[in-house]
Design a protein around this ligand. Sequence first.
Ligand SMILES: *Cc1c(COP(=O)(O)O)cnc(C)c1O
Length: 369
Amino acid sequence: MKYKVRFIDYPKQFNSIRTQVMSKVEETLSKGDLILREQTEEFENGLAEFIGVKHAIGVSSGTDALHLSLRAAGIGNGDEVITVSHTFVATAAAIHHTGATPALVDIQDDHNMNPDLLKDLINERTKAIAPVHLNGRMCDMNRISKVADEHGLMIIEDAAQALGASLDSRGAGSWGLTGCFSFYPAKLLGSFGEAGAVVTNNDEIARLIRLYRNHGRTEDKDIAFWSFNCRIHNLQAALLGIKLRTLPDSLLKRRHIAEIYHEGLSQISDLKLPIPPKQGDAYWDVYQNYEIEARSRDELMNHLTVNGVEVMLPWGGKGVHQFSNLELSHYHLPKTEDLMIKALLLPMHDQLEDDQARFVCSLVRDFYY
Ligand SMILES: *Cc1c(COP(=O)(O)O)cnc(C)c1O
């Protein structure tokens, strides 16, 4: 199948920065800078500044950012951490691997965690809330923080899909004890492989994450505790540094595409669209994904696919609790389950042409009219 509109266009993305990338590869490799060198530190400093936090620590993936954050927060056997089912399995897996259990809360109209339902899940084992800022929109952190404060719970933000998003001018990742980011290639800031980062304003947590990512090895060659190898690849950090400089433009481009989709699709009553970008809104969304709710979703998906538009189902079409081998099937989350029948992700990336987005709109209109 030759797509006219790719869901993401990696070759095009690479070609747009080919010269800078290749010269950075040359420079980094010829200096022999392979593991946790100056490029990692430069990228970490740039990232911390961009988000508006004190520390950023590069790690091997977003999953490891979550796992190490939870461990540094002291979460382990017998504890419970509240998160959503409408997330990548990694969020729940990171909780599971500390020995804790994920407790799943339903979502609200914006597809993010519903703060009103948190209280029902809180018990004496609950230690933390892990809100997931999905599709580039932040959770209602004012209300989530209030619940966390009232019950003495920590917040670990899964900000893998929300780099650069903000609420009340405060960036995703800067609200919780830590914020966790992924630089998986499809993410807002994509590496050429795997990478992630933990950000925090807490000096002690930053110190612990630096130890956790590197076998617990201290500066005086002692081992602080049993740990892992979760170091960020220095070469990826070097290349991420290049992309970080153009990230603000890339996010504006995504908002622009979201505007085109909104303009082209908002008249169709069979669809429910993401909230459109608005100047001066409390939420500044970055549209990691453009997740619509569609009547006759499967038929629409087929119509788009046969006409050359590559679309995707979130998580392959199931929330975390709907994967039977994970032993979370006892949860009943009506909003999440309803969304999994209707949700469809339209192409969204910073190389998408306006005409391509309009073409997608016209195909969707053809389908319903
Ligand atoms: C991508 C993603 C992760 C995991 O990140 P990796 O870098 O792939 O390990 C976690 N949570 C969410 C919401 C994600 O989208």
